[in-house]
Design a protein around this ligand. Structure first.
Ligand code: AMP
Ligand code: MG
Length: 324
């Protein structure tokens, strides 16, 4: 677990233009000084991420928004008051402190206040904004432990802060508040229902938009194994057929079939609570890769509450790989 001296070292690395992996409540981030274009460019390089795909700028509190955004519309203020610190990212008009490298050339910027003591301590010690996407290679499964980061990025990162396993486990919900009506660009840790309750109106979820969001690529959040989605009651049969055909099959077994015997290479019983499922999802996918599976059979949860984000990630994980 990160100590005060680690936080100081990590803040120093950021000041020196280095890259720091740090825990948040959603997933681990790969952070750089948001105002240092060269450091931000290294984030893209290390991730293998196309430079046109914007990063999220992390700040220590809504009171620090000045300079990072052009203005704070009433809707944004309302959502920030209710959900920050927390797994909500707001897309606002870009302020003068944000270099175009961090926004992939866009005139909008994504901003969030993470709800994790280590992330907040880092932001406070550093004093500025930290531009960070998830600390994984582009297109692959996001890291939810410090070991996931070390295994995937190793020496490419100057400092890895360990804050234990992430509490939420899926990325933040991204809400665009630059238009007349807010819309969800990516479902995540804050539920659509929770947002709608605060806003008092229904929210559209845009799975495609003119904005380039990596989470909107058909294939993203994907393990090495191919992911196949079927109806919950067909998971067991589908797994057996694929195993008989010679695949090393990994199964994400839906809660209602937890006791079913399955002929497969590796089986993970999906937790009944969506919060526990979201927390474990990326770890499960990594585990099935590690156990040598080449095919993962899974089903989608009900798309309500956190189930919306889980279903979104599973669909992307199962998306066509050739479009990457
Ligand atoms: P990651 O979680 O690694 O995919 O990185 C941060 C996420 O925030 C990506 O999905 C970005 O595309 C998204 N994002 C960052 N800036 C913007 C923006 N200005 N408009 C829309 N989405 C953004
Ligand atoms: Mg990512």
């Amino acid at each position: 677990m990160a100590r005060t001296s680690d936080i100081e070292k990590a803040a120093g690395a950021l000041r020196a233009g280095g890259l720091v992996a740090f825990p948040t409540e959603t997933v681990y981030g790969l952070g750089a000084n948001a105002e240092n274009s060269a450091a931000v460019a290294r984030v893209f390089q290390v991730k293998g991420r196309p430079p046109t795909h914007p990063l999220i700028v992390h700040i220590g509190g809504a009171e620090h928004l000045g300079g990072w955004v052009e203005d704070v519309p009433a809707t944004a203020r309302l959502l920030a008051e209710r959900f920050w610190p927390g797994p909500l990212t707001l897309v606002l008009r870009r302020g003068r402190r944000v270099p175009l490298e961090a926004t992939g050339g866009l005139e909008t910027v994504a901003v969030r206040v993470p709800d994790h003591p280590v992330a907040l301590a880092l932001l406070s010690a550093f004093g500025g904004g930290v531009a960070a996407p998830s600390a994984n290679r582009f297109g692959s499964v996001s890291p939810t432990t410090a070991n996931h980061v070390r295994a995937e990025l190793g020496d490419a990162v100057d400092f890895v802060l360990d804050g234990g396993p992430c509490e939420v486990g899926v990325e933040s919900t991204i809400v665009d508040v630059t238009g007349d009506t807010p819309s969800i660009l990516r479902p995540g840790g804050v539920t659509r229902e929770g947002l709608e309750a605060v806003l008092g109106c229904p929210l559209a979820v845009h799975s495609t938009s003119r904005v380039r969001v990596p989470g909107q690529h058909p294939s993203h959040y994907a393990p090495r194994a191919r992911v196949v989605l079927v109806e919950p009651e067909k998971v067991v049969a589908e797994a057996e057929i694929a195993q008989e055909l010679g695949h090393q099959v990994g199964v994400l077994l839906p809660p209602s079939f937890a006791d079913a015997p399955v002929k497969a290479h590796a089986v993970v019983a999906v937790p009944g609570s969506t919060a526990a499922y979201a927390r474990g999802l990326y770890g499960f996918l990594r585990e099935l890769d590690q156990r040598g599976c080449d095919l993962v059979v899974a089903s989608l949860p009900m798309e309500e509450g956190l189930g919306l984000a889980i279903a979104n990630r599973l669909r992307r994980a199962a998306g066509p790989r050739s479009s990457e």
